[in-house]
Design a binder for this molecule. Sequence first.
Ligand SMILES: *Cc1c(COP(=O)(O)O)cnc(C)c1O
Length: 226
Amino acid sequence: MTELAARLSAIDERIADAARLAGRDPGEITRIVVTKFHPASLVRDLHALGVHEVGENRQQELSAKREELAELDLRWHFIGQAQTNKAAAIRRSADVVHSVDRGRLADSLHRAAADDRVLDVLVQVNLTEDPGRGGVAPAAAEALAEHVLALDTLRLRGVMAVAPLDEDPASAFGRLREVADRVRALDPAATWISAGMTGDFEIAIAAGATHLRIGSAITGPRPDRG
Ligand SMILES: *Cc1c(COP(=O)(O)O)cnc(C)c1O
């Protein structure tokens, strides 16, 4: 626990430093702790340290942890590739879905609405040349955003992306920023930019990220996925 606390505060210091360096208010940046493959007990420890935003990339793991930790004040972010046949389960367990990458998935999440609750979603943008990676091509992001905006059980919050492995993240995040600006022109409330992981969050902050998804730098190495 003390090691976890030390890693968490070290990352928060780096976030604050990077924000100040970029002339930004650290208070406008949300740090999501990605807890995938770690047990629910780790999420409980994080919560005891003041963490309220957590991220998972697999529906079953998300649903199981949310159920086990139902009494804790946590906001669950779904950040993984989503199958449309899991949309109802994702909708039940996630407060925010970062990975809406096609109209069909948006439709499925919309149809899965079971009550008046509106689901926060982000359009995931593929910054690589590989269409097999998650996300919509940058040129198609506005059309997908328009699609989401027409579904009244979804609330478009902005865009999300993962930096490619074979490119300077600063230039990739620069492209994301342009997509984010175009999406925000469609709806001024779509202000979120979810970008930045353990290896590149400071660069993402310089590029305007509002939501960081940080895993191993805080949790320690992930156990084998089994
Ligand atoms: C696992 C994951 C992260 C966190 O990765 P780290 O390198 O451990 O910080 C962030 N975003 C997505 C989409 C992930 O799958």
